[in-house]
Design a protein around this ligand. Structure first.
Ligand SMILES: NC(=O)c1ccc[n+]([C@@H]2O[C@H](COP(=O)([O-])OP(=O)(O)OC[C@H]3O[C@@H](n4cnc5c(N)ncnc54)[C@H](O)[C@@H]3O)[C@@H](O)[C@H]2O)c1
Length: 289
């Protein structure tokens, strides 16, 4: 495929991970954010992740070579990018603003994607000047470890652009999961969301503790992490926003965010990033006993 440069807008957990796997695939990467602090944090976390991969012999190149492909900036350096991936907060108003800006700076042939967890792609595409060249590329967290990416077709996305997305996913070493109809939450999040919502309701009803549910899910279903451990990593605010977006779209009670989750978010208990979510964490990120 003909791709040399990718620009990622939003350098948080997902944006930094996408930047890392793109650089590992040999692409030139521009990682943009409004916050210098987030860009600094992103560089450090990418370097530390690459170092761990290098120590295990899982990357062929040395860490500095991969790092040298990533440029960080508070300006959107988009003009010569083949692909721009938007990865800012899951907020439709913000995403519209950011996509409008990206679209005004991008060249006519640039393909634009969003890493939204749940917002229908066609709702985001309206903010761009060319919805035919817009698609969803939904990476999973942690990006360097998770081996699939949903490639989502909006109402106007062309077949060529969808296939470009699938080829990009293969280039960064992952398997594309094609989502042919633009539905809120796409495929894997819709499945996962219902498990997580039910787990939170079971805690709310006093049926079992987060510790026991996580343990049960790991032992019975063979997952590496239970629903509460995952939510603390992803961020309770990110999940609440994703459920709310799907609920708003579908108006089905099964997607309605449980009260216990909403309360934790209002209280600022957002998971690992605030030191408290379903569990409590030490400043070094390890879980308190
Ligand atoms: N966290 C997850 O596990 C996960 C998984 C899959 C998809 N997603 C989706 O990926 C997207 C990003 O999530 P995240 O967890 O990385 O969020 P995050 O909070 O870690 O990072 C968001 C970043 O966007 C930046 N930002 C905000 N406004 C900006 C602007 N105007 N221009 C440039 N940068 C701006 C922030 O400074 C921040 O660094 C969301 O749409 C989310 O739903 C998240």
């Amino acid at each position: 495929m003909n791709i040399k440069k990718v620009c990622i807008v939003g350098s948080g957990m997902m944006g930094s991970g996408i930047a890392q796997v793109s650089a590992q695939a040999g692409l030139s990467v521009s990682l943009c954010d409004i916050s210098l602090q987030m860009l600094e944090k992103a560089r450090n976390s990418i370097k530390s992740s690459l170092t761990k991969f290098a120590e295990k012999g899982k990357i062929k190149e040395d860490v500095n070579t991969v790092m040298s492909r990533i440029k960080t900036s508070t300006d959107y350096e988009i003009a010569d990018a083949d692909l721009v991936i938007e990865a800012v907060f899951e907020d439709i108003k913000l995403k519209h603003e950011v996509l409008k800006k990206i679209s005004s700076l991008a060249s006519a042939k640039t393909i634009i994607a969003s890493n939204t967890s749940a917002i229908p792609i066609s709702r985001l595409a309206v903010a761009t000047s060319c919805p035919e060249q817009f698609l969803g590329l939904h990476f999973f967290s942690p990006v360097p470890m998770m081996m699939t990416v949903e490639v989502i077709r909006g109402l106007s996305t062309t077949e060529k652009v969808l296939q470009f997305g699938a080829d990009f996913v293969r280039l960064v070493g992952k398997e594309p999961l094609l989502v042919h109809r633009d539905i809120a939450g796409f495929v894997l999040n819709r499945i996962n969301m219902l498990t997580n919502i039910e787990a939170a309701r079971l805690v709310e009803q006093g049926v079992a503790t987060p510790e026991d549910i996580d343990k049960g899910v790991r032992l019975a279903f063979g997952r590496k992490m239970g629903p509460f451990e995952t939510t603390d990593m992803v961020g309770l605010d990110v999940q609440l926003m994703a459920y709310t977006n799907v609920y708003e779209e579908e108006k089905e009670m099964r997607f309605y965010p449980p009260s216990i989750l909403r309360q934790k978010v209002y209280a600022g208990h957002l998971g690992r990033k605030t030191g408290k979510g379903w569990y409590e964490y030490n400043p070094d990120g390890t879980r308190k006993k």
